[in-house]
Ligand binder design. Structure first.
Ligand code: PMV
Length: 308
């Protein structure tokens, strides 16, 4: 039996979302963590297929994925099943693609599959959120929500999420700087700025405005306006000190290749950036330009229209 969970990227609103502003994120449907059940009758374990790493389950251990097992067993009132969960992930870690939340969701789904029980998306989402707290301290909740529901979402803490429906088609190109970067230090640095500077508070408010506008232009399908909003959002993130030379370089390369807009995506300082292309042909050209500019990987992801 095979289970999986997708990657995600944040289109607009990262960092500001921690302060109650909205953010918009999209799933990357072609990029997944897969969790397969094998070796029935063995003690419950998680094995990472690509790097010979494994974890044997025992209650109360600190590893986030073993904690995820504790939470699922608690939620479903079950005993650990005797099976190995084999993980295969195409999602680079610490890069803004939500690999932590995706791993937790895939393990949660596989474990429920092994137990023969059903855990609805709402329950799974709140368990994955608990694990996100172990990774990030004060996560907004956007990663786990988009990953569990596999839908583009506008998310605002306290107001929950709103699915974004559009008739337009969007072509995004993601460029991975190849430089892993943890979200938590970036979030903590922004917090220090926020607490001591009115200018930083103002930037957070401006990012919130950009995200609300982006919601409207996505619904209207105005891709040119969306591109300009991405550019503006990148400048504000630079001011919050969460960009990097590599990310700025990739953003420039995407723009030179004709992107309608481009910005860093996620926690920043490393990880990925996103560019908006007008069509598939331009997306291919932008991906080539990003590779030439030093991107470790590029991913093209299309949403809406006939390819939804
Ligand atoms: O780097 P990621 O994909 O984990 O995104 C972090 C997004 C932040 O807004 C910076 C933090 C959060 O919890 O939303």
């Amino acid at each position: 039996m095979e289970f999986s969970a997708v990657a995600k990227f944040i289109l607009v609103g990262e960092h500001a979302v921690v302060y109650g502003e909205p953010a918009i994120a999209f799933p990357v449907l072609a990029l997944r963590v897969t969790a397969r059940l094998r070796d029935w009758g063995q003690p419950l374990s998680i094995v990472f297929r690509d790097n010979d790493f494994s974890l044997i389950y025992a209650p109360g251990q600190a590893h986030p994925l073993l904690k995820m097992i504790d939470l699922v067993l608690g939620e479903t009132g079950s005993e650990p099943p005797q099976v190995c969960i084999e993980i295969e992930s195409g999602i680079p870690v610490a890069s803004g693609l939500g690999s932590g939340a995706s791993l937790s969701a895939a393990v949660g789904r596989a474990l429920c599959g092994a137990l023969g029980c059903v855990l609805g998306n709402e329950a799974l989402n709140s368990l994955v959120y608990e694990i996100e707290k172990m990774h990030h301290g004060t996560p907004s909740g956007i990663d786990n929500t988009v990953i569990v529901y596999e839908q583009p979402m506008l998310y605002q803490h306290g107001r929950g999420f709103k699915q974004l429906d559009t008739f337009a088609q969007f072509h995004f190109v993601l460029g991975d700087s190849g430089h892993a970067s943890l979200t938590r230090p970036a979030v903590e640095d922004v917090k220090r700025l926020y607490e001591k500077s009115e200018a930083a508070k103002n930037i957070i408010t401006q990012i919130g405005k950009i995200t609300r506008e982006a919601e409207q232009v996505i619904i209207r399908g105005d891709i040119n306006a969306l591109g300009s909003l991405l550019d503006l959002n990148h400048v504000l993130l630079q001011k919050l000190t969460v960009s990097s030379e590599e990310l700025d370089h990739l953003v420039k390369a995407a723009k030179s290749a004709g992107a309608l807009g481009a910005k860093l995506s996620g926690g920043g300082r490393g990880g990925i950036m996103v560019a908006l292309a007008k069509d598939q042909k331009q997306a291919d050209a932008i991906a080539d330009a990003l590779s030439l500019a030093g991107a470790a990987h590029t991913y093209i992801t299309t949403f809406g229209g006939s390819e939804k």
